[in-house]
Design a protein around this ligand. Structure first.
Ligand code: IMP
Ligand code: MG
Length: 187
C-alpha cells in the first residue's frame, strides 16, 4: 500500500482542530441529554475513531452499540445508490434516546436508510451526529443535529475514513490526490 504522504493532496482538518471541535460537540450533547437514556450507535466502520474521541468527553451516562450498512461502490468512488443492513444492533432501542454517530454524510442515502429502519423500532428520540458533512453532494435530505465540519466536495481520508480500507488510523482529515492514488484493484 502506498504511504499516505505520497497520495495526500492537503490536510483539510488537522488533529488539533478536530479535537477542539469534538470536545465542543460532546459538551453540546452533555447539555442536551441530561437525564435521558442515551444510546450511542456507531455506524461501522468509519464512525469508530470519531466515536471513541467523542465519548471520552461525554459525561452523561450512556450505552453503546454498533451497526453496519453497505452501499455499493468502494474506494474513491463516492457513495450513493442502494444501501443495506450488514450488521444489526444487539440492543433493543425502544424507548431509548438514540444518537447515531457517523463519519461523514455525503449523498445522505446511508443515514436516510438507517433513520427509516431505526424509527420502526420506536426509540424515544433519534438524532444524528456526524463529524463531516459534504452538503453539496446531498441526494436525500436528512436532518443533522450535530455537525462537526461542513466540507467541500473532495474525497477525504483519515480519522476513521478509508481509502480501500486503509488509512483509517490517521489523526487528521486529508484530501486524496487522485492523480497519485492507485486503487489496489489496478495494481
Ligand atoms: P452517503 O450514503 O452517500 O451519505 O455516504 C456515506 C458513506 O460514504 C460514508 O459513511 C463513507 O463511508 C462514504 N464516504 C463518502 N464520502 C467519503 C470520503 O470522502 N471519504 C471516505 N468515505 C466517504
Ligand atoms: Mg462509511
Amino acid at each position: 500500500m502506498q504511504d499516505y504522504k505520497d497520495i495526500l493532496a492537503e490536510i483539510l482538518i488537522n488533529e488539533e482542530t478536530l479535537q477542539t471541535r469534538i470536545k465542543e460537540l460532546a459538551e453540546e450533547i452533555n447539555r442536551d441529554y441530561q437525564g435521558k437514556d442515551l444510546l450511542l450507535i456507531c455506524i461501522l466502520r468509519g464512525g469508530i475513531v470519531f466515536l471513541v474521541d467523542l465519548m471520552r468527553h461525554i459525561t452523561v451516562p450512556h450505552q453503546l452499540d454498533f451497526m453496519a450498512v453497505s452501499s455499493y461502490g468502494e474506494g474513491v468512488r463516492q457513495s450513493g445508490g442502494s444501501v443495506r443492513l450488514s450488521l444489526d444492533l444487539k440492543t433493543d432501542i425502544r424507548g431509548k434516546d438514540v444518537l447515531l454517530v457517523e463519519d461523514i454524510v455525503d449523498s445522505g442515502n446511508t443515514i436516510a436508510y438507517v433513520l427509516e429502519f431505526l424509527r420502526t423500532r420506536q426509540p424515544h428520540s433519534l438524532k444524528v451526529c456526524t463529524l463531516l458533512d459534504k452538503e453539496e453532494r446531498r441526494e436525500t435530505s436528512v436532518p443533522i443535529d450535530y455537525r462537526g465540519f461542513s466540507i467541500p466536495n473532495k474525497f477525504v481520508f483519515g480519522f476513521g475514513l478509508d481509502l480501500d480500507e486503509y488509512y483509517r488510523n490517521l489523526p487528521f482529515i486529508g484530501v486524496v490526490d487522485l492523480k497519485k492514488y492507485e486503487p489496489p484493484a489496478l495494481r
